[in-house]
Design a protein around this ligand. Sequence first.
Ligand code: IMP
Length: 426
Amino acid sequence: MPATIVVGTQWGDEGKGKFTDLIAKEMSAVVRYQGGHNAGHTLVVDGESFALQLVPSGVLYDHITPIIGNGVVVDPVVLLAEMDMLASKGVDCSRLKVSGNAHMILPYHQELDRLIERHLGKNKLGTTKRGIGPTYADKASRVGIRLQDLLDPTIFREKLRVAVAEKNLVLAKVYNRLGFDADELADRYLDDVLPRIAPHIADTVSLVHEFLEAGNHVLFEGAQATFLDIDHGTYPYVTSSNPVAGGACVGAGVGPRAIDRVVGIAKAYVTRVGAGPFPTELHDEIGDRICEIGHEFGTNTGRRRRCGWFDIPMMRQAVRLNSLSELAITKLDVLDTFDTVKACVAYDIDGRRVEHLPYHQSDFHAATPVYEEFAGWGTDLSAVTERAGLPAAADAYLAFLEREVGVPISLVGTGPGREQFVHFTA
Ligand code: IMP
């Protein structure tokens, strides 16, 4: 019963979708376990680009069952729109299953996400405003509405009335806003959403276990990333779920012993969207060049991503938090034209050299990077597919990262296409 987790090791947008797509051939099911449509996976297949938010990337393979697990927060309207977009490009979504235990993002969650951000002013988190935080908050407060509730219209109406009554009070009294009409909302979801989504709602925990028990390979696909994790990330500048590998167990309903392999995905540099500490961030022309060459703008929101050099102490922490068995490095080709390439090997915190992520957030804010500098390779890597074809300088840079991080680098991405990667370790 082989099971693999793919997890982002930085602040998201590492190119997890491309990796998932790469190993999809061996998989029978691909499971999303947390997050919602705050994620954005871009896949380029046969020159065509697919931007996915909710549907697991395995959908592009006919032999894969794409599964949205219980830990995901689902805006069903967005899900249906994404399925329509895929259908218009000839992709069959009929196999898609979504957990009845997944919580629904409803219009009032999105409205609250926007209002809370505005209320925070200069302290805002820079959320994607998709309603992610308010939906997970309702889940934890036990006033959330799950997809399975839609299947029982009486229950759905009742739960919606209770939830909307409370939300309307908050909207009116805290934010001076008009509220929602629970009955109108219920009619809309029961008439327009339910008939289309019902065939996809399933007991996904049983489904995942059936795949595993039959000896099929299941891939658990993380969204966002390790340092956006609500427990282990740079709180409060995090998302509201657990992207770390352990989140796969909770968000899909499997125990830790079911997992055989955990693949961490890291860019050859680091990016971050939204606010929060970022020790290796570049505020200069080099940062602008990385952003431009790497097309570092949000798939979803179009926001410019902050860019900086590779951060080894962060990666060491990611190895610990996720029990990484290996690392896949993406977008190495973005650094092709740089004269020198840097990697942060430690932080200087008030004159102390620190080689691991500091525990206290104030220390992380105060951390300045200690860099190791490497000669650039000045070669176009886009056609390189074997380690032997890598220029010596690129090989040396990767070998250094591998040694310092402490886990093998299995794959290295050299371009956006499906074929553009190098097997680094045999
Ligand atoms: P939220 O997930 O919309 O609540 O946003 C919380 C933080 O996570 C913000 O800093 C977002 O920019 C960040 N974030 C959420 N989803 C992604 C993603 O898929 N990639 C990168 N950053 C993300």
